[in-house]
Design a protein around this ligand. Structure first.
Ligand code: GDP
Ligand code: MG
Length: 449
């Protein structure tokens, strides 16, 4: 779709990094320069561009590269994340929780407010809300008919008054009707936000309506003036989100991105055409992903995810190696393992364990046993977990009853604990032969029940 130039510019910058032999200061500087060039050419505000690239540079310098990523991939991941953060991190649905919720649209003349009012009416109606729209634009003669027609198309109630010039008066006139609806969309007059009479009208209207969302509607083709416009609308009505229209055009959209940053809010919807269904909920990750080439980004993020899991395992194996461990440790490890996935995978990652071959069945049996042991440990006190040797037969009785297991199950766990502790001590000495024998017994279930 849109933003072809921004997208191809960013992808070009990424390709350059991929093509570099290794990541050094030159590559990093080149990348930040490329980013600046691309973003500035797309009308993103200069100050914001420099803040963004500064942040990227700082992260590259200070962050450790995850083990499963190359330095290059790490660099690209940081850029991706910062770009996503720049446009808003997570999709943020509109607040339509109170009944009725008022959604007020503000913006320049011709930005697409009235069209968007119709689109939003359809959007929420299709999701089961009872919706109405009010026209308070008394400046543009056609505005009344325009919104009325759009509401007719999607069978949504419309309120307005053709020859009344008093926007606040029109809104107030239908006050007792609004309680019949879940959502009331309020369209407003546009003009230059820098004109004082518009600003004071919008401010009064906002205070009268008391909307849950005051959305700034901005056309994607609005250039550098976006910053000033966004600022004055924000001062007047305290903008809660941005809708960018005409994203289907060949616009640069940087102005709209700037508007988001200036108002400290997120893009909530984008308009992608003139038709009433040409509205998309905005998804920052998807948006940046599309700009950068989705496939590449997805693979990158998956690899990074794996790295975090590996770090968990490293941590775990370090603790195992310490040799002094309690049932509480065993429990924590089991929790960590469950988080990390199948036992076989975990075993592979622990130093020394990868050479030890274990049949699949044995692993399955062991995993089932782990589930049972988890129940048992849930029935123990912290004191008991820290000092398992204190658990005598009456406590075993209590624990097995509490966890719905057999007396022998609890004993098996305690036995496993003692054997594991022994094993840890051996691993500390790194005697693989002994370890292998040990694992052989482990497989055959000799350590279990
Ligand atoms: P308003 O003055 O802010 O209420 O703007 P309008 O809703 O009247 O829209 C101005 C023009 O922009 C109309 O011709 C719309 O059809 C057009 N328009 C609005 N949104 C979009 C969009 O997402 N894509 C395209 N291509 N045109 C749009
Ligand atoms: Mg309008």
């Amino acid at each position: 779709m849109v933003l072809d130039r921004l997208g191809s510019g960013l992808r070009g910058a990424f390709d350059k990094v991929r093509g570099a032999l290794f990541v050094d200061d030159t590559v990093i500087n080149e990348l930040t320069k490329d980013l600046q060039k691309v973003l500035l050419a797309s009308d993103v505000n200069v100050k914001l561009v420099f803040e963004l690239t500064k942040k990227i540079k700082e992260r590259i310098k200070s962050e450790k590269t995850p083990s499963t990523l190359s330095k290059k991939d790490h660099l690209l991941k940081i850029v991706y994340e910062e770009l996503v953060e720049f446009v808003g991190i997570e999709p943020k649905p509109l607040d339509v929780s109170s009944k009725p919720s008022f959604i007020m649209l503000v913006g320049l003349f011709g930005s697409g407010k009235t069209t968007t009012a119709g689109k939003l009416a359809r959007y929420y109606k299709n999701r089961g809300y009872k919706v109405a729209a009010v026209q308070t634009d008394t400046w543009r003669p056609a505005a009344f008919e325009q919104l009325k027609t759009l509401c007719g198309q999607v069978d949504v109630d419309f309120y307005g008054e053709k020859n009344n010039k008093d926007a606040i008066g029109i809104f107030n006139k239908f006050k007792d009707k609004y309680n019949d609806y879940d959502i009331v969309i309020v369209d407003s007059a546009g003009r230059d936000a820098l004109s004082e009479d518009l600003i004071s009208e919008i401010r009064t209207l906002k205070n009268t309506v008391n909307p849950s969302e005051s959305l700034l509607v901005i056309s994607a083709d609005l250039g550098q003036t976006a910053e000033k416009q966004a600022r004055s609308f924000n001062e007047a009505v305290n903008v809660t989100g941005v809708i960018i229209t005409k994203m289907d055009g060949t616009a640069k959209a940087g102005g709209a991105l700037t508007a988001c940053a200036v108002t400290g809010t997120n893009i909530r919807f984008i308009g992608v055409g003139e038709k009433i269904n040409d509205l998309e909920q905005f998804d920052p990750e998807g948006f940046i992903g599309r700009l950068l080439g989705m496939g590449d980004i997805k693979g990158l993020l998956e690899k990074a995810q794996e790295a975090f899991r590996e770090e968990d395992v490293e941590d775990l194996s370090k603790r195992l190696m310490k040799g002094d461990f309690t049932l509480q440790d065993l429990y924590d490890q089991m929790q960590a393992m469950r988080k990390m996935g199948p036992l076989s995978k975990v075993m592979e990652m622990i130093p020394g364990m990868s050479q030890v071959k274990m049949p699949k069945d044995a692993l399955k049996v062991q995993e089932e046993r782990l589930v049972k042991w988890k129940y048992i440990m849930d029935s123990m006190t912290i004191e008991e977990k820290n000092n398992p040797d204190s658990i005598g037969s009456s406590r075993i009785e209590r624990i097995s009853t509490g966890s719905g297991t057999e007396y022998s199950d609890v004993r098996a766990l305690l036995k496993q604990y003692r054997e594991s502790k022994k094993m840890m001590k051996m691993m500390k000495g790194q005697n693989p032969k002994k370890l292998q024998r040990m694992m052989g017994r482990f497989q055959n279930g000799n350590l279990g029940a």
